[in-house]
Design a protein around this ligand. Structure first.
Ligand code: AR6
Length: 176
C-alpha cells in the first residue's frame, strides 16, 4: 500500500497531478499560507468560482477547477483550528482527508496531492496530524481506486520528516 503514497518536500502549486488539495477556511475566499499561494498561482477565476460555493464547513470539502495551475482540479477542505484536542479536532481533520478523497474518487482523479492541513496557521501538532493524514489515506485506498496515487507535499523539513516517518510506521514501508 505504501507504494501508492509519496512524501515530498516542495510547493504544492507546482505539482503535476490531477488534483491538489487546499487548506482553506470556512469562507473559501482565500487567505494566507498554502491557500494564498494556490489562489495566486490559479489566478482570479478561482476566487470567482469559490464565491459561488457559499463556504464550506470544517471537516468537509468542495471541488473547483484549477485554472492556471498545472493541476486540473482544486479540492478545498477546511481543517480544524487546534484548541488542545478537546473539540474533536482529530475527527474533523480525519473528515478533511475522507471527504477530499471521496470527492477525488467521484471525479475520477487518479493522482492527488495534499498539503499538511491545519498545521500552519491553525496550529495542529504536526506529528499528530501526519498520523491522521496517513491513517485516513490508507483506510480510503484499501480496495478503492481512483485515486491511484496520493502525494503529501510538505513545505518544511520538519513536516516532511513527520510525514515520512508516519508512512514508514503505518504503511509498513518506505514511501516511494
Ligand atoms: N505548498 C505546500 N505547503 C505549503 C505551501 C505551499 N505552497 N505554503 C504553505 N504550506 P497553512 P492551515 C504549508 O497555514 O494551518 C489560511 O490563511 C505550511 O508550511 O497554509 O490549515 C487559510 O485561509 C503548513 O505546513 O494552513 C486558513 O485561514 C501547511 O501548508 C488557514 O490559513 C498548512 O499551513 C488554514 O490554516
Amino acid at each position: 500500500m505504501g507504494d501508492r503514497i509519496d512524501v515530498i518536500q516542495g510547493d504544492i502549486t507546482k505539482c503535476n497531478v490531477d488534483a491538489i488539495v487546499n487548506a482553506a477556511n470556512t469562507t473559501l475566499l482565500g487567505g494566507g499560507g498554502v491557500d494564498g499561494a494556490i489562489h495566486r498561482a490559479a489566478g482570479p477565476r478561482l476566487l470567482e468560482e469559490c464565491r459561488s460555493l457559499g463556504g464550506c464547513p470544517t471537516g468537509q470539502a468542495r471541488l473547483t477547477q484549477g485554472y492556471d495551475l498545472p493541476a486540473r482540479w482544486v479540492i478545498h477542505t477546511v481543517g480544524p483550528v487546534w484548541s488542545g484536542g478537546r473539540r474533536d479536532e482529530d475527527g474533523l481533520l480525519a473528515g478533511c482527508y475522507r471527504s477530499s478523497l471521496a470527492l477525488a474518487n467521484g471525479q475520477g482523479v487518479e493522482s492527488i496531492a495534499f498539503p499538511s492541513i491545519s498545521t500552519g496557521a491553525y496550529r495542529f501538532p504536526v506529528e499528530r496530524a501526519a498520523a491522521i493524514a496517513v491513517e485516513e489515506t490508507l483506510r480510503f485506498l484499501t480496495g478503492t481506486t481512483p485515486p491511484d496515487r496520493v502525494t503529501f507535499v510538505c513545505f518544511d523539513l520538519h513536516t516532511y520528516e513527520c510525514y515520512r516517518s508516519a508512512v514508514e510506521r503505518l504503511a509498513g514501508g518506505r514511501p516511494s
